[in-house]
Structure formats: C-alpha cells, structure tokens
Design a protein around this ligand. Sequence first.
Ligand SMILES: Nc1ncnc2c1ncn2[C@@H]1O[C@H](COP(=O)(O)OP(=O)(O)OP(=O)(O)O)[C@@H](O)[C@H]1O
Ligand SMILES: [Mg+2]
Length: 639
Amino acid sequence: MDVSAHILLVDDNLRFAESLQQILRIQNYPSTIALSGEEALELLEQKPFDLVLLDVDLPEMSGVETLDLIKISCSLLPVIMITGNTTVETAVAAMKKGAYDYLKKPIVHELLKATIDSAIRHAKLKKELNDSEKRFKTLTEASWEGVIVHNKGLIVEGNQQFFDMFGYRKEELIRTHILERIFNRDSLVQIQSRIENGTTGSHEAIGVRKDRSEFPLETRSSYIKFQGQNLRVCAIRDITERKKAEEENLNLQMQLAKASKMEALGLMAGSVAHDLNNILAGIVSYPEILLMGMDKSDKHRESIKIIQKAGKRAASVVSDLITIARGTTTPKIVKNPNSIIADHLSSIEHQDYITKFPGVTILSDLNSNLSNMYCSEMQINKVLMNLTGNAMEALVGDGLIAITTENVHLSESVLAYEKIEAGDYIKITVSDTGSGIPAEDLDHIFEPFYSKKVMGRSGTGLGLAIVWSTIHDHGGFINVKSGQEGTSFEVFIPSTDEEELCSSPALSLNALRGNGEAILVVDDQETQCLTTRNLLTNIGYQAFTVTSGEDALKLYNKTPVDLVILDMILEQGMNGRETYEQMLKINPQQKAIVISGFSENEELAKIQELGVSHFIRKPYTLDQLGIAVKQSLLGALKN
Ligand SMILES: Nc1ncnc2c1ncn2[C@@H]1O[C@H](COP(=O)(O)OP(=O)(O)OP(=O)(O)O)[C@@H](O)[C@H]1O
Ligand SMILES: [Mg+2]
C-alpha cells in the first residue's frame, strides 16, 4: 500500500540527501532537505510534515538531541533514524526515546519504502487512538458520574469525578488495584463475583471514601476491547440523596398510613359511641329511679347499685370514645403548662395512683421560662394522667418517673414517631425507667383498645388513643422513644406569646368583666336561661333571654346584639344551628357561642362551618362561660 506523505529529510551531507530525495521521489514521496538539526526544527515550525528521516550523526546538534526536541513539539510525528555502521547503537538508543525505527546506510530501496509506509500507518493509528482517548476523556469529564476503566480492579483510566467522589488524587489510584479500597467488604464480594462471571448492567453497592466514610452508590458496567484486552468500564453514581429521599418517602407513607388508620379507628369508635350513648342513657338513669322508689332494706338494692356503677363506668368509656373520635369541645384558653402539671401532681386522682404504686418516685423539672399554650386544661390534665398512669404501671416495683417541660423551636420539620412540623412548641416529656415498649407494639399503642394489660384490671386501651386525639386536636404532635432503659413520651403543643387570661380568681373576675355588651341567650330551659342571665349580668354584660329560636329571631330583628349564646337542641321549632343561620342572613358577622351536650356532634360540625368558634359543654361554670364570652367578643380564639 502506498502512503503519500511529505517527508523531512535531515542530513548534513547534501549529496547523500539529494540522492535519497531522488529515490523518495521515485517512490512517490515529496520531501524537503534540512542540513542540520536547527534547520529541521525551523522547517517543522513553518509547515507540517508526515515523517522525518533523521541522520544520527549530525554536527553541532546531534541526531538524538534533534529527536528529543522534535518529540517535545510534535510527539506523534514518526521519526526514522538513518545510521552508518558505527552509530547503530545510538540509533537503537534513539528508538527508546521515541524513534519509530532506523535504516542503515547504504539504504536499501525496498526497505526504505516498507519502513516509511509502516511508520506512517502506525502514526495514523496512534493518532486515531489518541483522538479517541481525547473524546473519551471529554465525554467522561462532562459526565456527572464517576467513570473508570479497569482490568480486574487494576485501574487504567478514570475521570476526575471518580477520584473526587472517593476523595483521592488521580496519582494515588491510577494503575493500582482499587476494588479493596473503594468498596466495603460485602459489596466487594458481590463485585468480585460479578467480574468473575462477566455480569454487566447496574447494581447498588456501598462505597468507601479515603477517609473511610461509607456512602451508597450505583454502578453500571460494560466491557470494551482495548489493545486485545477485555476492559471493564464502570459508571459510578453517588446515590446518598436518592436513598435519603426514598427513605423519607417511605417514612411519610408509613406516617400517612398510620394517620389514616387512626382516623378510621377513631371514626369507628365514634359511631359505636354514638349508638352506645343512647342505650346507656337508660342503664345509667333507671337504676337511680328504681333506687329512689325502693325500700332501704330491699335485697335487690346492692345489685342495682352494681348495675348503676357499671353503667357509669361504661358512660365514661363512651365519653372517652367521643373525645377520640371528635376531639374536645371544651374551650381552649391560654395556660402555662407548668401550672397544669403542678395541679395534676397535687390532684386526688394522682395521689390515688401514688398510693397504689408506693415504690415510684416522681421528679419534675419544669422550665421556669416556659411559654404559654392554648389548651383545654381538662384535656391536658387527662393526657398527663394517662401518661403518668401508664408509666407507673410500667414500673415493676421501684422506679423513676420524670416530667420535664421546655420551649422548643423547630426550624424545619422532624421525622420522629410522626412527622413534627416546624414551629415553636412547648415540649412536655414524661419518661419512666420501666420495662419499655417492644418494637412490634410501638406502632399500635395509640390505637383505640390496644392494650397489653390484663383486661378488666387496668387496660381498656383507650388511654393513649385519648392522648393522641387530644394532642392533635391542640395542633400538636407526639414522639415516643422506648428501649430497655425505659420509655419517654414527648408531647409537642404549639406555644403562644399571649398572656394567661386568669391566673388567680381575683384577676380572673376582672379579666372576664364585660362593658355592657348585649348578649342574647337562647335556651329552652327557663332555669338555665335564668342562671346564665345572672352569671352574665354579674360580670357586667347586658343579657336577654328567650326560650325558642323563633322568639330569638323576633327580638334579634328589633335589637342587634354583640353576641348570641345558643343552646344546640331546642325543644320546639328551629334548633340552635337553624336559628343561627337565620341570624347570619341578617348580620353575617354575628358572633355566637354554642352550648352543647355530648351527642349532637354532627350538628356541631355544621355549626362550626358557619363560623362559630366557641363551644361550652353543659354543665358549665362561671369561668368557662366568662372566658368563652370574652374571647368570642375579642375574636381571639378558636377552640
Ligand atoms: N410508659 C409505658 N411503658 C411501657 N408500656 C407502655 C407505656 N405506655 C403505654 N404502654 C403500652 O401501651 C399500651 C396502650 O396504652 P393505653 O394507655 O392506650 O392503654 P392501657 O394503659 O392498656 O389501658 P387504659 O389506659 O385505657 O387503662 C399499654 O397496654 C402498654 O402495653
Ligand atoms: Mg393507659
């Protein structure tokens, strides 16, 4: 094969050079003569050549020196040394420095042509390889992934991303065996077997950085043939973020499943409670009637009392179920949690517990700068009672219970037992040194009727369900940590900057006092009307009372009022909600408080949609009424 090329002929002997040029012309190679190394370098700067025929024995700058300089500026240019008999050794040495071959004088024509052709072909291949390496480098350097080419772990090439990903400098790894250094033990076994079996495709593994820290990665491998060898090319991707996102997603899904399960169970509990409430009404009230008409010595008296007691106990379970299903309708006021905890610790119920569990020591560490929170005191008290009660029951014999409070600011949401949203909270922690909660129970403890205690003796399994529903009803969250050393329940309730309305009775009366605002009370029971009117006028309000919705509207049409207090169920005519709807047609801004019993929750939900923000449950105290009226007039609070 003829390869046309322009040749630079370097020889100080002009006659020899010209005769060689002649031969080259015959062989179809144009050439240019340079009589010294310096001249050759100048010519090379001026125009491109495809090959250099270089005499070893040049004066001044020797052939080998010239070769060195040519290789610096044109590393891929093929150079064939021309040597006489005395300089063959130098020519061989020149080959080590990058010369392609050498030809001995006198030049054999056929050999000259064959050597030139081969050198040019070789140079062409080398250039192609060089270009392809450059392309590979450009491609891999542009990739986000780390890319390496290796031969059974002996790394041949790698891009910068690969070395950065593992924290090494290129020189530290190149041409070394790397698998043991960049994969952890388990992944190494897998990878070696994949290499042995020639498995390609992608799989996940654990990478090890130079500082020994581990991270999850995904590798994708394939083979390329290079200089007769089968080399493995691996693209490696750091999947730390993806793994984190997957984990968070899974966690969120679990939280969601947990929340909807709680909701479904709550709804079920609520509907059972609704039916039971009606049935229980008879069981709770008839024993009383029977007992009233019964002789003191009647032998059935005790049995009826047992029925009455059981009925009351059932009624209290139903009331708990209603709390779980619908949250609390008691008003929420600004309170400091420390005072609720202090009241709880001195309550009779708590003292009863302490006598039952004499080996238990209770410690409290309450933050003196604790913020306030909006809460139903009664409900938070119930939360404390359930948490401390459970803790005491979990302590076998002696043990410690600690109650602590602190202000907590979460700048971003936290994934704990459930996802706790960012915000400012009061954190109440009740921890014990008890037996702990087994991991398999932990997911279920807040479900209604989930109890590990001996049925009938202690556990109905409603305690923590009440805690859950109460805390969520307060816009809060719960975290649980449990292990062999005990359990802690952390309750997060949103804090507020507002001041407590009434911290002492004297202050409370003042704080609750009105300014002659007009209040219309709608209640079908005259006695209730009277009591409410007395309570309101005593604290400075002007009160009107009516016993039906229709009468209320008649009066309302003539006299506008600042607030309406509506009983939910009215014996005749419109009920509380319907009355309020009519009033809103006259004044859409009308403020109202609703008085409710336990069972009319559907109506409650409807009236809440109309904009009523305060509910009071019968029977109510002056405090409860006063606070609800005050807050409703101020438009301060939603309960
Ligand atoms: N502090 C704790 N230590 C160990 N286990 C606990 C703790 N608190 C709750 N549990 C477990 O969670 C279960 C559910 O508690 P929960 O208060 O809802 O029901 P209960 O205490 O069994 O019954 P109830 O409170 O209705 O009388 C308990 O039966 C117990 O197994
Ligand atoms: Mg309990």
